[in-house]
Each structure stands twice: as C-alpha cells, then as structure tokens.
Design a protein around this ligand. Structure first.
Ligand code: ZN
Ligand code: ZN
Length: 269
C-alpha cells in the first residue's frame, strides 16, 4: 500500500501520477509525484492526536499533518461510532485510542480528497463498512470488500444521516448528527459546505486550492439540500467551526455568494 504525499490517499499500487492530485480540484507538486508509506511516516515522527470537541465527538488529526491535513471526526452513538473523513495515517496507538472510544461501525469520507487511508483504518478496526458515494466510486485507488456504494440519503447509524448534495464532487456528502450541539444538531460540511476563517460564514467551491467556483444554481441547490435538517453547529474538515446558528449562516452565505456571481456587486469592483 502506498500513500500519495500530496493528498495522503492510499493506493493499492504505484501509478504514474495520483489521479486525485492530477485533477483540476487538486495539484501535483513542482517536484512531481511522490509516494510514502505508513512505516516511513512513522519513522518521520508522525502520530495521531485525538481530542474531545464536544460530548461524544472527537477530532482526529495526524501530527505533523499528512497530505491535505484534514481533521477527521469520530461521532459516538449507542449503536457504534462513525469515523468521518479518516486521516491518511494511523499507528497502533491511534487504533488503541480510537478503539477505547467504542466500536467503529462505519467509515465515511465526505468525498475523494478525504479518503485518507480508509481501508487501512477499516482493517485495523475490525473491518467496519466503508461507505463511498456511488458517483465517486471511480476515485477509489485501493478497492476493498469493505467498500459499500451508496447514493442519495443514508441513515448510516441511528441519528446520523448522510446526504449526497454534490457540488464539489458529484458524490460529495454532508453528515447530519441530530444529537450534536446539545441536541440542536450538527452538520459535518466536508468541502461541500466549508466554513470560512471568520467563523461566521461558509463557501462552496469546485476547487479550493485552485479557486474554481460553483454556479449560483448549484449553490442554491446545496443550500436547499440542508434546509430540512435541524442543525445549530457546523464543523468543516480543517478544524473550523460555526458554533451557533449555522443553518442561517449557510443561507446568508449562499445569498451573498449568489449575489456576487450574479453581478449584484460589480459596482464595488
Ligand atoms: Zn494524491
Ligand atoms: Zn475537497
């Protein structure tokens, strides 16, 4: 198993260039494609940090970061735990730490940039299913029997629902956790709905590193797709959070975005 150094997505075998990084939504470094392994990352001093974000929710990061450097989330439920957007590194300590928080019953990446070493995590945690959006299945570079295609909407665990909104990738999904934020609801936005550094607004893009926007119609569709979900807090996959009133923040941000791409504010440019 090889790990792409730029995105940290696992590959069953070496290819000339990682397809995820060669795509217009990511990037290949000027020095060219580079691969690494779990052993090399361990020897370089990487470890996994697990910290509580709120009751029954933990953030998991590789330190120093690997690849895109996301923060994974572990959500605890009485029926088992969800590992969301798994990081591209693990070791025995990480598996022990995550196992101490309960049984992982499902692994889900919001979209291909966040696949990380999802198969490695599944194998280390007793082979829980890895749900991959059917529309993005072709991006899987390490096939495994644990991978289960899904589409549309999926109640992955009691109180945890996956919603395929599309946008960033056709299969891009968000996860809704009804019991989160003290029962007011949490949305895990992935790169589908990403929070901004101001902690008050979000954005929606085809490519974040290469700054390719989505259309007004798509942003409106994404926003309508979460309007029926009750949530007060939004976590993206880089440790940024909109703590309260997140659903209204999504609508307000979408209206601003749509106004800008429609030309409403051209007089300001
Ligand atoms: Zn890559
Ligand atoms: Zn992405």
């Amino acid at each position: 198993m090889l790990i792409c150094q730029t995105c940290a997505v696992e590959h069953a075998e070496a290819v000339a260039v990682c397809a995820i990084c060669a795509d217009e939504r990511q990037w290949v470094p000027a020095t060219g494609q580079a691969w690494t392994t779990l052993n090399e990352l361990a020897a370089a001093g990487h470890r996994v940090g697990v910290r509580e974000l709120e009751p029954d929710l933990y953030g998991i990061t590789a330190e120093p970061k690997v690849g895109i450097g996301q923060q994974a989330h572990l959500v605890r439920t009485p029926a088992g735990n969800l590992l969301w957007d798994p990081v591209g590194y693990l070791d025995e300590d990480a598996v022990r730490e995550v196992g101490r928080l309960g049984t992982v019953a499902a692994i889900v990446a919001s979209h291909p940039h966040m696949f990380g070493v999802q198969v490695e995590w599944s194998r280390a945690l007793g082979d829980p299913p890895i749900f991959v959006s059917e529309a993005d299945l072709s991006w899987v570079a390490r096939p495994d029997p644990a991978i289960r295609p899904w589409a549309g909407k999926l109640d992955v665990l009691p109180g945890l629902t996956l919603v395929q909104l599309g946008g960033h990738f056709p299969g891009s999904a968000v996860a809704h956790w009804a019991a989160g934020a003290g029962g007011n609801g949490v949305l895990f936005g992935g790169d589908t709905i990403q929070s901004n550094p101001d902690r008050a607004t979000v954005t929606f893009m085809r490519s974040y590193p290469n700054r390719i926007p989505l259309s007004a119609a798509v942003v409106d569709r994404l926003t309508r797709g979460v309007e029926g979900l009750a949530f007060d807090r939004l976590y993206d996959n880089f440790g940024r959070t909109i703590d309260t009133d997140a659903r209204a923040a999504v609508r307000r941000s979408a209206d601003r975005y749509i106004g800008w791409v429609r030309g409403d504010f051209d007089h300001l440019t």
